[in-house]
Design a protein. Structure first.
Lengths: 734, 734
């Protein structure tokens, strides 16, 4: 791109400080510098869910990495030099790093500019269902515990890269690896005071996201600001260090959970206090708490529940919407308590799970309408494959153990915005080429393939005949974006509807040309024929040419928009998704009692995918998710001291390698969801949810101690062994 | 583009030769060469209208410039060196350069491989209407003459550039500045044996075409062959010399024409023998003869006509589909004879024209249904503005003269292929941004602006709200391509239909939200309001968001396909276009009798544009066309000796410069065509048609001599003056 400049960002070295002044004059005068932006010379408005963030901070910095200023220069070296010439005068402020300290009203206020805030509590969400007090009184067994998770990173191999370019007429094009291009466009315009209609967002091929690229980030706005000021296109590439420090993470969530059951193992209640440590600013990621709440109230049948959530601000880098979105954290708590409860009852944890398993046609306390549910079958499969009945509780001598965990997760979109819809257009040209223009975004998860297969199936053509286009807001119809494992379900339904319309148009032409009513036509492999008359047949390419190449002819074009039949929740009640996914894992571990080192020997998984549109892609999603879940369980952690990430690099971060991941056994359970395209449900996140819980339970089975937090690194496990950390059984009348 | 190679072509230095052998071995071994292709190592099938052409010639070469072999190498220097290493053994053959010689059966056969060919006659077209013999007998005045035109070039400032790249999965993407992307895709696949469905054609911004980039050329195929063989992307850029030698030109056409009229100046007949010199191969360009035929039979009301056309092969570079497509050539003959006839009758040529002018509701002898026609008004305007009545025939003392010419040309598409249709999609997003995805192609003529205006008008929104996308076969709906001045009319109607559908969808939502029936709603500047209730109003952006951001919501998407209500001609009869454009020019010249130098002093023009969607663009098309017409008239010519273009460069070719073009007065006559979008008709070619004829008539008025061919360069005009070349009046009983 001709005239492309390099962008670079000056970030705060302090976790909490007031900015007395910023002096950019020396930087501006450096030869090769085309623009220097800071809060004092740009137009910007607060963005983010709580409108608590600004691309460039002018009043305060709130974490180490907060954006202060940026430059666009002819090369990286010049840009770096220019950053060094910017002088910032800070007044250091006391900081708060612990979410429980942040709950205290006397903690240093991080967002004193937001008038309605109660100290550092960004949000509080309370949910009550049934009579918890009565259930608690009735319970034969009650277990209680605290369960915590660390700050983790999506750690996609490709870092964030943004290019922004203004046309001479003021039209802005942004290339950014986001997965919610239309929302991105809106937020860009709102924040920068740009005309929303004069912006095109192009999503180039994405080198991994896992949710890390869902939200619009300060560097996105900053790149546009630089291009605007420099009147030249600007590219901003985050270094790996910037990626760890300056982009969104999986927020630590702390659970205090009590679960009670009757003497037969029937669940009676859950009571949870949840504190999320969301860092300096709030985005969609804060809503990971909603998913955590769903798991507390709806994983297994829970007649009564009480949930108290608080999202706190701390002076740390901030939480985002990472794969699983609060569910690995919540499942770590809930599924440990399932086994703690079973152990207290002297029952097999699988039996307890099966007794309480969600079933089709259930409506959960939060109003989630379960259309299809293979939880029971998933549990039975992993129970059998792992040799659970013969081996669980019987391997401790060999320092081995088995542990299980299951999950519920949205599998048919998630209505968290006014629309959860997606548009699709299908056209068939004179070549017979079928093009799907989908609103959805491909992030490497294989959704283009799945969508092409759906169109091919609906139109009865070979897969190669279908081309999928989905990268540019100018071209594609609206879609809310990739989140909540929704693409196959929502974009798939839209694609299927448009494909059906296109097919019907072709059938109509075929009826005319083959002189047979539509109900006597059959399509096989892209050729329409008349039933019982093999002579009368015509392939799609010829059909569409015959339709086109005549007076008053036309090609085939069809559009569809699918918005799933779901509800915006009110007071945390409502059917948020059109379908729900389920699954179960069993992990087998070996624990070295002297070092606390945990070796994962086996992971058996079974997932209710509704219908496996592409079994290999489903397996890939589950294996990839499980590998990330194993990383969360055993090694991944952003170690933060006084707000500073100790080692922002891939090696120290603890991403699992091939040697850390055993063979993962994947079973696909097809429940054929009534609303899913050909019965499919989302499976993008399921795999990551159970491993930490299953591994924790396996460690408990192997050692008798009870993990309280992940990652369960050796020194932590050794500590639990040394202190004999155990399950807390509040009551056991069974 | 990473790994991009440079392509280069080896062309024949001989006008006609048999190829005994081609040896590429030395070229292949040159370091840096990735592929060498020739007829012996590629798959190719004949292409072109007569299937008489191959990308790489294996048997014979038929003109100087014919493609023999090509290389792909790491850089231009290496490619050039490799070409020099290719050894070709030729057996020279006698050649034919003159089309009249080519008509002789004893001329050396150029396409001896085509069995059904009658010598070097590629095609013969005969048309008869009415009783010419009776008309001739009845005529009071008959004039007769020969009128010729040279080989000319479209001479776009940008030369042809093609890039071809195969994906790892075999999908081919070609970037090429063509204007018929879907036809291009088909021909590419047919010739190279590629799967038509696995090809994407992307039209980048085009630096001028004027028809020169309509057809697929050998170099297009060759670039793909090179990319296929090299397994790397290849870019081929034609040099200016290659552009003149190796791409299509405006074919010379020779007319022998007789016209007769009664004593009152009413036309009685035309009798034409037309020979086109189409060069070595036949493309769509050979059909320029069809337009020439239209002009003979249908320019003014002509009760009887006889046309004999022959398209000849010669050993010269070949004819294409250049702006005006045979019409400047035919009008040069027809409109000179109108003034010759008037002069013989002693009548004013304008009066003769007006007496015979086509009128609305006329059906011409070839079946052209004239829906709207402003010819009379156009003639009256230029007559008045030029001071015709006072000045014509009265300036000879000052060596000055006035001459006029008018034209008829297709203005509502031209059905020369099974479909003359175009698709359109309109979508409205949550921003209120309106996107038109049009099948049409933008070549710099401003069609994107015109289409955006049509959508804006139909939807009642400001122009800035509409974005036009039209460059990629994967994205855009089918369209036959840019030819025959059809884009505003055909693509405009398609865009209008889709826009109307989108608007109606928005009105339906507005009716629901504003609680008023649709017939009480009015849209002003993108805001829908209830008549007589200024409080109840909502802009499109808000409407579409309200429509979208609700349960079961949707955005707005609409598709349309417009195929004009026209007929494929049978035996040259049928209504080929849905509308016809008309116009008239008057030129004023000064001729230096000593040198023959012609100076164009004034050009008054009036064009029936139906409706000027964008008056400035209409004026631009007319001025640009007229400037090209002035070039044809006075200076442009590919001078060819023994088949060799003497000086293939822009300077010697004789493109007119700013100093050669006087102020052009443009009048837009709006006849509001009943089928055009908002009444518009095509205007892309009109401007180029009359100037040569008008200037020839002005020279005749200034000097008394009669020009027989263009370009009317000084030495030719001087020759006519010296030999007293005059009109030939066969009979004058008036």
């Amino acid at each position: 791109m001709s005239g492309l400049l390099v962008g670079a960002i000056l970030r705060s070295p302090h976790p909490h400080a007031r900015i007395r002044s910023i002096d950019i004059s020396a930087a501006e005068q450096l030869p090769g510098v085309h623009a220097v932006v800071h809060a004092g010379n740009v137009e910007q408005r607060p963005f983010g869910y709580n409108h608590d963030n600004l691309p460039l901070k002018g009043d305060k910095v709130r974490f180490i990495g907060d954006e202060l200023a940026a430059v666009a220069a002819i090369d990286e070296e010049t840009a770096r030099q220019a950053l060094e010439l910017i002088r910032v005068d800070y007044e250091l402020l006391p900081a708060v790093f612990d979410p429980f300290e942040a709950l205290d009203e006397s903690s240093p206020p991080i967002h004193d500019e937001l008038p309605d805030l109660e100290g550092n509590v960004a949000m509080r969400w309370d949910f009550d269902h049934g009579d918890v007090a009565a259930a608690e009184a009735e319970a034969a067994v009650i277990v209680e515990g605290t369960y915590s998770s660390p700050q983790a990173a999506p750690a996609a191999i490709e870092t964030h890269v943004v290019i922004a370019a203004f046309d001479p007429d003021g039209h802005l094009t942004v290339w950014s690896p986001v997965h919610m291009v239309f929302m991105y466009r809106k937020e860009l315009a709102d924040c920068l005071g740009l005309d929303w209609q004069q912006i095109t967002i192009i999503q180039p091929p994405v080198g991994g996201s896992f949710g890390g690229k869902i939200d619009i980030d300060p560097h996105d706005f900053i790149t546009v600001m630089l291009a605007r000021k420099a009147r030249r296109p600007v590219r901003l590439v985050l270094s790996r260090e910037d990626e760890f420090i300056g982009t969104r993470t999986r927020q630590p969530i702390h659970f205090k959970l009590r679960t009670g059951a009757d003497a037969e193992g029937k669940l009676l209640f859950r009571d949870a206090e949840i504190v999320s440590d969301n860092g300096a600013y709030n985005g969609w990621g804060s809503h990971a708490m909603l998913v955590a709440m769903n798991t507390i109230t709806s994983m297994y049948r829970v007649p009564a529940s009480r949930v108290r959530c608080a999202v706190t601000y701390t002076n740390k880098n901030y939480g985002g919407s990472v794969r699983g979105f609060g569910n690995p954290q919540a499942t770590f708590a809930v599924e440990q308590q399932m086994e703690e409860l079973a152990d207290a009852l002297g029952m097999d944890p699988m039996d307890v799970r099966l007794r309480n398993a969600n079933q089709p046609a259930d409506v959960t306390p939060q109003g989630m309408e379960i259309t299809s549910c293979g939880l029971t079958e998933c549990l039975q499969i992993v129970r059998e494959q792992s040799g659970w009945d013969e081996r669980r509780g019987k391997l401790r001598e060999r320092h081995r153990g088995l542990g299980a965990a299951a999950y519920i997760h949205v599998g048919g979109g998630a209505r968290i915005y006014g629309s959860d819809g997606c548009g699709a257009m299908v056209k068939v040209d004179d070549s017979g080429q079928i093009t799907l223009i989908s609103g959805s975004s491909e992030l490497g998860q294989g959704s283009e393939t799945a969508l092409a297969m759906i169109v091919a199936e609906e139109m009865h053509v070979p897969l190669e005949a279908v081309h999928v286009i989905n990268s540019n807001t100018d071209v594609k119809p609206w879609d809310v974006g990739v989140h909540a494992s929704r693409t196959t379900f929502v974009a798939g339904n839209a694609a299927r509807m448009a494909a059906a319309d296109a097919r019907d148009q072709l059938l109509e032409t075929a009826a005319e040309l083959l002189e047979a009513p539509v109900d006597r036509l059959r399509i096989v492999d892209g050729t329409v024929g008349v039933v019982d008359d093999p002579e009368r047949r015509m392939d799609y390419a010829r059909l569409v040419r015959r339709r086109l190449l005549r007076e008053q002819g036309s090609v085939v074009m069809a559009t569809a928009f699918y918005d799933p039949p779901t509800e915006m929740q009110k007071e945390y009640r409502g059917n948020i998704s059109a379908a729900y996914g389920f699954g179960a894992h069993v992990a087998e571990v070996e624990v070295d009692p002297d070092t606390g080192m945990v070796r994962l020997l086996n992971l058996w998984t079974a997932h209710d995918v509704g219908r496996a549109i592409n079994p290999m892609l489903c397996e890939g999603q589950i294996e990839g998710g499980a590998a990330m879940g194993i990383g969360l369980a055993l090694s991944e952690e952003l170690v933060i001291f006084d707000g500073r990430i100790a080692a922002p690099n891939l090696h120290d971060y603890g991403l699992p390698t091939a040697l850390d991941v055993p063979r993962i056994v994947v079973n696909l359970v097809e429940t054929i969801d009534p609303r899913g395209p050909f019965g499919a449900k989302g499976i993008g996140e399921g795999g990551i949810i159970p491993p930490a819980a299953a591994i924790a339970n396996a460690i408990a089975d192997a050692t008798g101690i009870r993990p309280r937090e992940y990652p369960m690194r050796p020194w932590k496990v050794k500590g639990w062994i040394d202190t004999q950390e155990r399950s807390i059984v509040v009551r056991n009348d069974a």
